[in-house]
Design a binder for this molecule. Structure first.
Ligand SMILES: [Zn+2]
Length: 127
C-alpha cells in the first residue's frame, strides 16, 4: 500500500534526524502533502500512527497540510490551481494533461501538488 511505504519513509527520516539528539519523545510531526501524490490523508495518518508504535514517535500528533495541485499553461501562461469537477474526483497522473481554466488548452505542466515534505517536528528533550 502506497500510504504505508510513504509513512515508513517519513518515520525513518524523522527517527534518523533525531537520533543524535537526547530526546524523550516526538510530540508533533508536521507534514505538507500535495494532492497529486494521490495519498489518502486519513490512511496515511493511520499508517504513521501504527508505524510509530515502539519508537520515539509513538503517540505523536500528526498534522497534514494539504497543498493544492497547480498547473502552468504553455499557451496562455496561466499559473494556478486547477478546478475539480467534484471533490470525489481522483487524478490519474500517468500522462498529466489538465485543461487550462482560462484558455482551455491541454498543453499544461504540473508545477505544484507533488510535494511530500516533512515541514518540522516538535520534540521533547530529555531533562
Ligand atoms: Zn491557458
Amino acid at each position: 500500500m502506497h500510504e504505508f511505504s510513504t509513512a515508513q519513509s517519513i518515520i525513518d527520516t524523522v527517527i534518523e534526524a533525531t537520533k543524535k539528539l537526547s530526546i524523550e519523545k516526538i510530540i508533533e510531526i508536521n507534514l505538507e502533502i500535495g494532492e497529486f501524490t494521490l495519498l489518502n490523508y486519513s490512511q496515511l495518518r493511520f499508517a504513521l500512527k501504527t508505524l510509530a508504535k515502539n519508537t520515539v514517535a509513538e503517540g505523536a500528533k500528526i498534522n497534514i497540510k494539504k497543498l493544492r495541485g497547480k498547473i502552468k499553461c504553455l499557451d496562455c501562461g496561466y499559473e494556478g490551481v486547477i478546478r475539480k469537477k467534484s471533490s470525489t474526483d481522483h487524478y490519474l497522473i500517468i500522462q498529466p494533461s489538465f485543461q487550462c481554466p482560462r484558455c482551455k488548452s491541454a498543453k499544461t505542466d504540473i508545477v505544484g501538488g507533488r510535494e511530500m515534505n516533512i515541514k518540522n517536528i516538535k520534540l521533547k528533550l530529555k531533562e
